[in-house]
Write a protein that binds this ligand. Structure first.
Ligand code: GUN
Ligand code: ZN
Length: 430
């Protein structure tokens, strides 16, 4: 064993953003190779050339399997794993009737460990190598999350969800305890191995202005951390925010007034934005996280991908499980395509794939480490089988180019399409 691994197959990465440069931004090699050493990608190129240059490497030949960066899920709720696909409610009732009772169970560390381990196994089987997740109000839910991710060597982001009103008694903290607990967890987990702590007020309806201000102060102390919350997901929610914050100019202002708008802020959903909000989000270089299966499942609305991209916003893609209806970023890309179609703006497969890899990494400010096939990046990779079911295989057989070959898997694929996953250079075959 030399410690070198050479993966052979088709390779797909990005030299640029396909929303700016079109499909030519992609780098595809039908007979490519990726060299992995010490947990990093050290070369990407022609498979035969790499094989000749590195005769000492352990070779895994995936034939016409497609090697890409692992998927990155920029917004999820791991504590909602066991309540995914809960029927019939819209956001506020869905939170009260399904979500909060489920999150109460995380007072028990053993339950948090059980679900965290189950969750990461589900992610890896779906080809997702990085996630940015909410935990619950309980600090132990954060320990369970980072412990389970570390055991798998995954680069993950997450934080304690803070709420001090409009939630059940057992799910509330206070401005002071939210600040103290978050700070303690941040010091313990941030930049500890591949873990990133994210300051996490759930959303304005469940935080008092005092709590938002306390978390804004914490973020000012640790500006290299990210901050995540929800913004403008449903119209009822926006009306509620207006009633709770009568002095705010709009929903975004409830965060802005408390030091929670800036570069490194991640706003989940962002469907119903006022012009002022769009302009401020862009000026602040905040990230908007599109959660398409959630937006259809909870009946939220149609994200304006084309308009927001044209404005140059920083946008990531995410499942939002368990409001989202799938752990798979393939299903998530399909839903993003369908929502964009309903707005008469079909997304190209290169754009969908970029959003689930490099775009999501960029939204999390991690594109210097993950999200692409390039020397120096960490070896979080997947291999896709582009003919993983009979229905996909028969469509794939008609394909004339890469995008036609890939699009059936984007639209119809799931965990059966994932042949192999590497985390930090360690391979797991399926
Ligand atoms: N808004 C506040 N909390 C949540 C949540 O858990 N899921 C979704 N989809 N929206 C939210
Ligand atoms: Zn969410």
């Amino acid at each position: 064993m030399t410690g070198k691994t050479l993966a052979l197959g088709q390779t797909l990465g990005f030299a640029d953003d396909p929303f700016q440069s079109g499909p030519d931004a992609a780098r595809h090699n039908a007979h490519g190779g990726v060299l992995i050493e010490g947990g990093r990608i050290t070369a990407v190129g022609d498979g035969a050339d790499l094989r000749r240059a590195h005769p000492d490497a352990t070779v895994h030949d995936f034939g016409d399997g497609l090697i890409t960066a692992g998927f990155i899920d920029a917004h999820a709720h791991y504590p909602q794993t066991a309540m995914i696909a809960s029927w019939g409610k819209r956001l506020i009732d869905w939170l009260n009737d399904y979500t909060f009772p489920q999150e109460m169970r995380f007072a028990d560390r053993a339950h948090a460990d059980l679900i965290a381990n189950r969750y990461f196994d589900l992610l890896l089987s779906n080809g997702t190598t990085t996630v940015c997740s909410y935990c619950t109000i309980h600090p132990a839910s954060v320990d369970a999350y980072f412990t389970a991710a570390s055991a798998r060597g995954m680069r993950v982001l997450g934080g304690k969800t803070c709420m001090d009103r409009n939630a059940p008694e057992g799910l509330q903290d206070t401005p002071q305890s939210a600040y103290d607990d978050s700070k303690k967890l941040l010091k313990q987990w941030h930049a500890n191995g591949r873990n990133h702590y994210v300051i996490t007020p759930r959303f304005s309806p469940t935080s008092t202005p005092d709590q938002l201000a306390a978390l804004g102060a914490l973020w000012a102390e640790y500006p290299d951390c990210l901050m995540q919350t929800h913004l403008s997901e449903q119209l009822d929610e926006i009306a509620w925010v207006r009633a709770l914050f009568p002095d705010a100019r709009d929903y975004l202002d409830t965060y802005e007034q408390h030091g929670l708008l800036g570069r490194g802020a991640l706003f989940g959903h962002a469907i119903y934005l006022e012009d002022r909000e769009r302009d401020r989000l862009k000026e602040a270089d905040a990230s908007l996280i599109h959660c398409p299966t959630s937006n259809t499942f909870i009946g939220s609305g149609l994200f304006d991908m084309a308009g927001l991209m044209a404005q140059g916003q920083r946008i990531g893609l995410a499942t939002d499980t368990g409001g989202g209806s799938s752990f798979s970023m393939l299903r998530t890309m399909a839903a993003a395509y369908e929502i964009a179609q309903l707005r008469h703006n079909p997304l190209h497969p290169s754009q969908l794939y970029w959003l689930a890899t490099q775009g999501a990494a960029r939204s999390l400010h991690l594109d210097h480490l993950i999200g692409n096939l390039a020397p120096g990046l960490e070896a979080d990779l997947i291999v896709l089988d582009l003919a993983s079911t009979p229905a996909i295989a028969q469509r794939h057989a008609e394909a004339n180019d890469l995008w036609e070959a890939l699009f059936p898997t984007i639209m119809m694929g799931d965990d059966r399409a994932i042949r192999a996953t590497w985390v930090n250079g360690r391979m797991m075959l399926r």
